[in-house]
Design a protein around this ligand. Structure first.
Ligand code: DX5
Ligand code: ZN
Length: 217
């Protein structure tokens, strides 16, 4: 079954707790949290203090997308604040293997994210260590961008890579996923849809989640 993650980057931060409650009521599977350091991507956010506060608000797992340089520095604070999946970028830091080991040692799930221009060959050796492959379907850093159609081929290749590897790895897509692109991504092999503006944009949070759920099931 396809999972839906709500990216709170597009939530209303004046009522973040309520938005997260509504996401859970709408039937989403994961809260997606974008961490940005102003270096790896131009944008900034979302710190561990906010995650810790939200942890009291929902039982849904927290997926933390680490769009930061030197992601190893951020594993401990985010695990302590309640992260359940930690997903650094392959482009960010040469010590990725040990970063993934640190995540595993913490007992949480680990993944790797790839920018649109990064080939899948970069992660072949990492497959035994990861629970998630996250394909960026826009350039990372901002919500509300358009899905890059060429990424459908990459999603299909990642699907093949996972299936032939024999490992149980979820295939996530992040960026520009909406009612038009979600079915295409799922058809190409994605089984975890990360969505920001398509869920929060018009504030019909519960309805949007249910609508996408119907579309892809
Ligand atoms: C972008 C972030 C996404 C973002 C997606 O860099 O990683 O999680 O919130 O937003 P939408 O769904 O609006 O493209
Ligand atoms: Zn993200």
């Amino acid at each position: 079954m396809v999972k839906i993650a709500a990216s709170i980057l597009s939530a209303d931060f004046t009522q973040l707790g309520d938005d997260v409650t509504r996401v859970e009521a709408g039937g989403a599977d994961i809260i997606h949290i974008d961490v940005m350091d102003g270096h790896f991507v131009p944008n900034l956010g979302i710190g561990p203090m906010i995650i810790k506060t939200l942890r009291t608000q929902t039982k849904l797992p927290f997926g933390v997308h680490l769009m930061v340089e030197e992601p190893h520095r951020f594993i401990q604070p985010y695990v302590e604040s309640g992260a359940n999946f930690l997903v650094p970028h392959v482009e960010a830091f040469h010590g990725l293997y040990s970063t993934l080991q640190t995540i595993k040692t913490s007992g949480e799930k680990s993944g790797v994210a790839l920018n649109p221009a990064t080939p899948l060959t970069q992660i072949t050796e990492l497959l035994p260590m990861i629970d998630i492959i996250l394909i960026m379907t826009v350039e990372p850093g901002f919500g509300g961008q358009s899905f890059i159609p060429q990424m459908l081929t990459k999603i299909a290749s990642a699907r093949k890579l996972i299936d032939t590897s024999g490992y149980r790895i979820e295939l996530a897509v992040d960026g520009g996923i909406n009612a038009q692109t979600a079915p295409l991504a799922v058809e190409a092999g994605a089984d975890l849809l990360i969505m920001g503006s398509a869920i929060f944009g018009d504030r019909r949070i519960e309805d949007n989640i249910k609508m996408i759920r119907q579309l892809v099931s």
